[in-house]
Design a protein. Structure first.
Length: 223
């Protein structure tokens, strides 16, 4: 029952992915990194389901996915203008994530094991970037934030990735020894995943065909 509930919550991303595909040509290009992330997420969920039923190990595809997800979301914040003209910060964070992922998966541990430290680090970075971007939206956005796709996505990121940091910390410090405790922790994460995916779908519906959120004074990122 828990497995099927987890699958249902994870596969709820299909709603946002389909809406994104349907509206793709009309959505402002500044949102495309997130749309790519949605489709990649859906592909990974399907791949994980197949791997769980066949080789009984989803660590390899999961580890590759979180790296791609982290870089796509970092690119998304750049497209939103969060880094302004400070390209060095963008490349520094991206380089750090790549290096940490490689070291953890190929030097310290193995890619066939879940890279908890990378998940903690990149989730924490996404939360910090989301808080910073949400603050900007609150200051500059004149319309209702619930109709602002950037604010909605940042809110969903803050909620989901904050809890994800806690979950991975439990694993690192061995707090997953109790099967009952582990089940409850991941059950809550499944609900957060479902909530975030529904917010993603709403955000995709609100994504404009032209700028409907205020960009920083600097020019938008070229990629």
């Amino acid at each position: 029952m828990n497995f099927m509930l987890s699958v249902a919550c994870s596969m709820s991303i299909v709603v946002a992915a389909i809406i994104g595909a349907w509206r793709f040509k009309s959505i402002n290009k500044d949102f495309r990194p997130f749309l790519f992330c949605l489709w990649l997420g859906l592909f990974n969920e399907i791949l994980s389901l197949v791997a769980a039923k066949t080789i009984h190990n989803t660590a390899i595809n999961g580890n590759i996915y979180v790296l791609c997800e982290s870089l796509l979301l970092l690119w998304q914040f750049r497209r939103w203008g969060l880094f302004g003209r400070q390209r060095s910060v963008f490349y520094l964070i991206g380089g750090f994530l790549l290096a940490e992922w490689f070291i953890e998966n190929f030097i310290l541990f193995s890619i066939v094991q879940f890279s908890s430290w990378f998940r903690i680090i990149y989730s924490f970075i996404i939360v910090l970037l989301s808080v910073s971007m949400l603050n900007r939206q609150i200051l500059v956005e004149k319309g209702p934030l619930l109709k602002n796709p950037v604010a909605l996505l940042c809110l969903a990121f803050i909620i989901y990735y904050t809890y994800k940091v806690l979950v991975e910390t439990f694993w690192v410090y061995g707090l997953n020894e109790s099967s009952t405790f582990q089940t409850k922790v991941y059950l809550i994460l499944d609900y957060f995943n479902l909530f975030s995916n529904l917010i993603y779908a709403l955000a995709v519906l609100w994504m404009p065909t032209k700028h409907r959120f205020t960009m920083p004074s600097s020019s938008p990122a070229p990629f």
